[in-house]
Design a binder for this molecule. Sequence first.
Ligand code: ADP
Ligand code: MG
Length: 364
Amino acid sequence: MHNRLVAFAPGRVEILGNHTDYNEGVVLSAAIDRGVTVFAHRLLERKVEVSSATNQRTAIVDLDSIGPSTAEPWANYCFGVIQELIHAGLATDGLNIRIDSNLPVGAGLSSSAALEVATAYATIALANGSMDPMEIAKLCQKAENDFVGVKCGLLDQASSVFGEDNKAILLDFRSITAETWLLPAGVSLLLLNSGMPHTLVGGEYNERRQQCAQAAAGLNVRALRDATSAQVLSSRLDPMIKRRALHITGENERVFAGKAALQAGDAAAFGQLMYASHESSRVNFENSTAYLDTLVDIARTVDGVIGSRLTGGGFGGSTVSLIRTERSAEIVAATQERYFKATGAKCSPILTRPSQGARLLQQD
Ligand code: ADP
Ligand code: MG
């Protein structure tokens, strides 16, 4: 029986397949080499104590009556996961959880899912339980949906769970399955934060979800997964709804083309799909910003960049670029300089590569 342990769950980046998860579609994502570390130990009392080195806060809740905290909303990511695990039948003792993280919060790298997944891995292992990895991802998503009140799709949690070194994860949100595909040799991922936080709480995310549902209803399909771009183009949908739908069908098609490019080891073809994805965000889904567009425009001019697009929900946040690793220093320097010249803003770079997903680091 473990009394204390350390669990780690990574952040994630969506590489292709934007807003497809809640349309029962497909995504190519990767876990990154940064994330949330949870140090957990058992308590004799039936309570959950959570503290975070990131925000220097502590929150405590009674294990037998876990409810959302309004004073410490950040702790609800942990409380929600523990409550869902108890509902799923896990017999856990009281526990103390200390959080540390090297993921920027709210930068579109999914610190929230990393926090949930690391909490789940630690809590399950401390209780000597076991759970199917996809079930863990789903349970964490449910905690964020129901307990925290954010209607996120399953992408964030599943990517944090299924990551593998140097591999992209193809997640299918209809069959709820994951497979992994090796990236070509010599490439890295460069994440550039536009400096403008994403504001999904602003209602745009839910509005886009509603528009996608409206498009599926108009096309008479269960979800946009069941439509092709050709069908959408020849439909009689309202022009704005049509553009929204075209983004989703196009993204699903680009994910399958991306898988084929990875199978063929064709980095250049993959990069073109990333640029096409961004263009569709800009024009069809309108979830880009002038800052993100500037980053992608700059990427096209920098030697060694293979492809670039916004990643995550959009409306701010970050871009992801596929780059030649040997050129990374020059790419970062040139991009920062050109971005500052164009916008007066600074973009903070994170150079990363696809990395292993959630795991226990230590236990005794
Ligand atoms: P993202 O998941 O893109 O980083 P979210 O808004 O979904 O952004 O989640 C960020 C929230 O998750 C934070 O506001 C905080 O409540 C919680 N969180 C994430 N990491 C930590 C951490 N290290 N310590 C405390 N809370 C955290
Ligand atoms: Mg999040």
